[in-house]
Design a protein around this ligand. Structure first.
Ligand SMILES: Cc1ncc(COP(=O)(O)O)c(C=O)c1O
Length: 424
């Protein structure tokens, strides 16, 4: 190649889940039986009403350009959902459709950030937040979520950010939270809203797991007075309706912010495919109890895996609160074996056995604050989850194999022991 890539392009890092996914697929192609718990995708079929509506929409040639902010009917249906389910005072003009929630991180940053602006990120965090902040020259400021605080955002961290950062501008909030499963309570959100209301601070409220709360129900920051003027909430069809490959999501914000996001869509994507929006509208209008029955399946799987893991020496996992991820503190296992948590995850996949492996992610894939943890996605059949649970203690008892794995991959050796919560 003769033309040098930009500094930004060279600095971009991809979501590790996709890298581990590629390794898992390679091993499977070579004949290994791998239980895949690395990627956050639904094992279920896309919602049936969406599939039927999508097929019909293609047949009826809804396959041309359409308005950048979205089809009016889709926007109305999305507004109705967040109004009825989360108490957000949204109407059509508050909603913009997008191909998934992820791209809204980029548009939020383009809408609000200037180079040098400070952006508070609760960590561990969804990996693409940082590249999107840096794409605009923003400056991520990390604060840790703690297992001892149920992985809830601490308002004291926000207060400190507002008073100490040289140019605080935005906050990335994600509740229910990937990877930890933590949930911000309505009280937490009220305190956050009270802190930032009227201040020049914008919030990206990432809410892809809004229908996966296992105790109580989901609350959105956008339901707090004034927050629609200061924030963008992002929703997706990937989780609630098992439609990750359709690429569909939407934002909720004030009409002014929505217009700005629509302009960004106009200048990049033009629009979101109309037949996908028509499928999405059918999903939004399907019987909510049918949707929630599928969600409960995830909840049951999370409980199954949590209970199974907590039975192992050295695994500390909170009781399930939300999402389909189980985020286990494995720091004492790592300390005993002298391996990083990312290393332990790769060992379960590649090193522990020639014929069988479990793909999962080390917590450091979600930032340094995740080190010492492992994330398991429960997007697999109960039988496969049980096979993973049966395998893990055997794998961990094969200490010679751990040693051989680390000799071959010295970069995965643990340089200094992890701090184990409750010890020292
Ligand atoms: C926290 C978080 N944000 C955004 C996304 C992206 O979702 P989408 O498929 O709608 O782009 C995910 C997907 O796993 C997620 O976990």
């Amino acid at each position: 190649m003769t033309v040098e890539l930009s500094t930004f392009a060279k600095s971009l890092t991809a979501e590790t889940a996709f890298t581990v996914l590629a390794t898992a697929k390679q091993l499977q192609a070579a004949g290994k039986d791998v239980v895949e718990l690395e990627i956050g995708d639904s094992p279920f079929d896309s919602a049936a009403p969406a599939k039927a509506a999508g097929i019909e929409a293609i047949e009826q040639n809804h396959s041309h350009y359409c308005p950048s902010p979205g089809l009016p009917d889709f926007r109305d249906a999305a507004a109705r959902q967040v109004r009825e389910e989360f108490g957000i005072p949204a109407e059509r003009e508050n909603v913009v459709v997008a191909p998934g929630a992820k791209v809204l991180e980029q548009f939020f940053c383009e809408a609000f950030l200037n180079p040098g602006d400070g952006v508070l990120v609760f960590s561990p965090h969804f990996p693409t937040y940082v590249p999107n902040i840096e794409r605009r020259g923003g400056r991520p400021v990390f604060v840790s979520l703690k297992q001892s605080n149920d992985f809830r955002p601490d308002t004291a961290d926000i207060e400190r950010f507002l008073s100490e950062d040289p140019s605080p501008k935005a906050i990335f909030l994600n509740s229910p939270h990937n990877p930890t499963g933590g949930v911000a309570t309505e009280e937490d959100l009220r305190s956050i809203a009270d802190l930032i209301r009227g201040e020049p601070i914008a919030v990206f409220s990432d809410e892809p797991y809004c229908h996966m709360v296992w105790k109580g129900r989901h609350h959105s920051l956008m339901a707090q007075p004034g927050m629609l003027d200061q924030g963008v909430a992002a929703y997706t069809f990937s989780k609630s309706y098992s439609m990750s490959g359709w690429r569909l999501g939407f934002s909720v914000s004030s009409p002014e912010i929505a217009d700005s996001i629509a302009t960004m869509i106009n200048t990049t994507l033009s629009c979101t495919p109309p037949f996908v929006q028509i499928a999405g509208k059918a999903a939004l209008e399907m019987d909510r109890s049918e949707r929630d029955a599928v969600m409960q399946e995830f909840g049951r799987k999370v409980s199954l895996l949590t209970q199974g893991l907590n039975a192992f020496d050295g695994f500390r996992t909170l009781e399930p609160r939300a999402t389909f991820y189980v985020f286990s503190d494995v720091s004492s296992v790592c300390n005993r074996l002298g391996i990083t948590s990312h290393g332990l995850a790769l060992y379960l996949l590649e090193g522990a056995d020639d014929h069988f492996g479990v793909a999962c992610l080390g917590g450091e894939c979600f930032g340094d604050a995740g080190a010492g943890f492992m994330r398991f996605s429960c997007a697999a059949s109960d039988e496969r989850l049980q096979q993973a649970l049966d395998f893990i203690p055997t794998a961990l008892s094969r200490e010679t194999r751990v040693r051989e794995f680390l000799e071959a991959r010295p970069e995965l050796c643990l340089a200094a022991p992890y701090r184990v919560e409750g010890e020292g």
